[in-house]
Design a protein around this ligand. Structure first.
Ligand code: HEM
Length: 138
């Protein structure tokens, strides 16, 4: 028969195993984790014909910085995005729904390759999805 102490120990072990990260940012692995996801994504974007054509005139170092800050903010990390809102940022680009879906797919691949847990991946995607209306056909 298990003693009360072993039951309590087992329960606390189980709850430690299932505990969620406090924020999506933490789940992404904080600053180094987010940087790895962003760099992985940028490499995929650079190789993707459908996506890369939008970035011909873009300063990639600045874009990397802005995207990182934006995602950190969206993921409840310790950042406040200081750039223009998403509508203004994407105005005039005429981004299609297919482009949006493609970029989301590349982000999913990037997060998978960087070992981000599925619950965290889905949480970040859930926060990005409502931005669709501000990005597409602006
Ligand atoms: C939820 C989806 C998206 C988010 C959260 C997002 C986020 C951002 C952010 C934060 C910036 C500004 C970065 C900075 O401060 O410099 C930016 C710029 C930009 N985004 Fe997006 N974006 C999204 C979807 C897309 C899609 C689908 C495309 C096209 C395939 C796209 C193309 C661009 C381009 C061309 C720029 C401008 C780069 C420049 O300044 O030259 N974005 N985006």
């Amino acid at each position: 028969m298990w003693s009360l102490v072993s039951v309590i120990l087992l329960l606390s072990l189980l709850s430690a195993c299932s505990s969620q990260p406090a924020t999506v940012y933490e789940g992404l692995g904080g600053e180094p984790g987010l940087a790895a996801v962003v760099d992985n994504l940028l490499e995929r974007m650079a190789k993707d014909e459908q996506i890369v054509r939008y970035f011909q005139d873009t300063d990639i170092a600045l874009f990397r910085e802005g995207l990182t800050e934006h995602l950190c903010d969206v993921a409840d990390g310790p950042c406040e995005y200081g750039g223009d809102d998403m509508k203004a940022t994407h105005r005039g680009l005429n981004i299609t729904q297919a482009d949006f879906d493609r970029l989301v797919q590349l982000l999913i691949y990037a997060m998978q390759e960087e070992g981000i847990p599925i619950a965290v991946r889905n949480d970040l995607l859930k926060r990005l999805a409502p931005m669709y209306g501000d990005v597409v056909y602006q």
